[in-house]
Ligand binder design. Structure first.
Ligand code: MN
Length: 264
């Protein structure tokens, strides 16, 4: 056997191994003996309006991006650089249009808050993305809720500890199906509101965002290398507040389907 033939056999062998692993992941069958993966972890997807699924890589959230909300959180809404936190990918809870999805009241909190937000989903990324190039990377948009255990967030903040437990827990990111930019365009203005049991709680305009989506992407890309599958929660307007079991939340942004979830 020539070395060239040996290389060809090795190449085919590795191609077969890759195919085997992919088949295992898709079928959910027991791992083949040769696999180095001992168990299956479900990937996270957001359905795309019109068909297909958007694979989620990371969830970024911007803090205090509306002046009146920054004030109600006790901070000065001058145009300081935006700050970001993350939620785990599997915090996603998909909310189909027209449905009312059950949303579990999380453990440990007695002050569970809604925050309605515009969510941008990226199809590409990079580092140090200029503002005027940023929107090229957006695949689509949807309405999201940045659900928050406010009492835990505040307690940790008071102690100068990470917010994690207040923001980054299971099911903390309900959102609607993604609407591709080709269908809905980009969002710089338009009403954003949230109702609880039909009563308006938050009501503002996207034009009141301190940092635009393009600026958010640009700033984020200075700190992190952005990539396809990243989604960005753009921050919430003022008048955040609590929900309890039985409450139905409805989130709205002009030009996107509403989302509805029921706290159970
Ligand atoms: Mn938020």
């Amino acid at each position: 056997m020539t070395s060239r033939q040996r290389r060809e056999i090795l190449r085919r062998g590795s191609a077969l191994a890759v195919g085997g692993v992919a088949g295992y992941a898709l079928s959910g069958n027991a791992a083949p003996e040769a696999s180095r993966t001992p168990f299956n972890v479900a990937p996270t997807f957001i359905p795309i309006a019109g068909g297909g699924e958007f694979p989620v890589r990371r969830i970024y959230c911007i803090g205090r991006n509306y002046a009146a909300h920054a004030r109600e959180m006790g901070s000065d809404p001058t145009r300081e650089p935006p700050f970001f936190f993350q939620k785990p990918t599997d915090a996603v809870q998909n909310v189909p249009p027209g449905a009312i999805v059950d949303h579990p009241y999380p453990p440990l909190t007695k002050n569970y808050h809604y925050e309605v937000e515009l969510v941008a989903a990226l199809k590409s990324g990079g580092r140090d993305i200029p503002i005027d190039q940023a929107l090229v990377h957006v695949f689509g948009y949807t309405v999201g809720l940045d659900m928050t255990r406010r009492d835990l967030q505040r307690a940790m903040g008071d102690e100068k500890k990470p917010w994690e437990i207040g923001k980054s827990f299971d099911h903390s990111a309900p959102l609607g199906h993604l609407q591709p930019v080709a269908a809905v365009g980009h969002f710089a203005k338009g009403a954003i509101w949230l109702k609880v049991n039909g009563q308006t709680k938050q009501n503002a305009d996207l034009s009141q965002m301190i940092w635009s989506v393009a600026e958010q992407i640009s700033k984020l890309s200075e700190a992190f290398e952005l990539a396809p599958g990243d989604i960005i929660y753009s921050g919430t307007p003022e008048n955040v507040g609590p929900v309890v079991r039985g409450d139905v939340m409805e989130g709205h942004i002009d030009g996107l389907p509403n989302i509805q979830v029921k706290v159970v």
